[in-house]
Ligand binder design. Structure first.
Ligand SMILES: [Fe+2]
Ligand SMILES: [Fe+2]
Length: 190
């Protein structure tokens, strides 16, 4: 398997979550069109979507792209077109992180019933549902396959092995951080 195989498989799951976010966004917008007072925002769904975007899409998926694939491509003599695309992709990762952070803030603000928070929440949901499909299409259609040409078979095998090792460590890292976070909060109660 090529090292881009797992990345493309992950794209399919990210697309499915983005479709679910789009469904929720459309539902809220339909409610708003009838009466903004009855625009029900499901905070549990937003929290689940944020956890998916942060842990799966960003830490697990973008982590393998940036820390393994892009890091190794940096060492190659890339064609200007491929270097430009890689910089665009990294910038889109940053935009995705910023929109996710802003979504969390808007959700908290909406729970406090602050003015303008619903509009901000819808804006950030919309940004994420537009950004991710475009980004994934760019990687799948324009970037991943041409980039494989820069690597020997041995290098490709090594990239794939490192990606598997990255995934193997992820679940342990996530839950260690959760335990450490609770321990820290309990040691220093506010
Ligand atoms: Fe990416
Ligand atoms: Fe990707």
């Amino acid at each position: 398997m090529l090292p881009i195989g797992p990345l493309m498989t992950e794209h399919r799951l990210i697309e499915r979550m983005i479709a679910l976010i789009r469904q929720d966004l459309d539902r809220i917008q339909s409610n708003v069109a009838v009466d903004p007072e009855f625009a029900f925002v499901d905070p549990v769904f937003i929290d689940t979507a944020v956890d998916f975007l942060r842990t799966y899409a960003d830490r697990c998926h973008h982590g393998k792209e940036e820390d393994i694939l892009f890091a190794e491509l940096e060492k190659k003599d890339l064609a200007p077109e491929h270097r430009r695309l890689m910089e665009e992709l990294k910038e889109e990762h940053r935009l995705g992180r910023a929109a996710t952070r802003a979504l969390v803030e808007a959700k908290e603000s909406h729970l406090r019933e602050e003015a303008g928070s619903l509009e901000r929440l819808l804006t950030h949901l919309n940004t994420l549902t537009e950004l991710y499909p475009r980004h994934i299409e760019k990687e799948d259609q324009q970037f991943f396959l041409p980039c494989m040409e820069y690597f020997s078979q041995a290098e490709k095998d090594d990239l794939l092995a490192r990606m598997h090792e990255f995934d193997r460590r992820m679940i342990h890292e996530k839950y260690r951080q959760i335990v450490e976070g609770i321990e820290t909060r309990r040691a220093c109660p506010v």
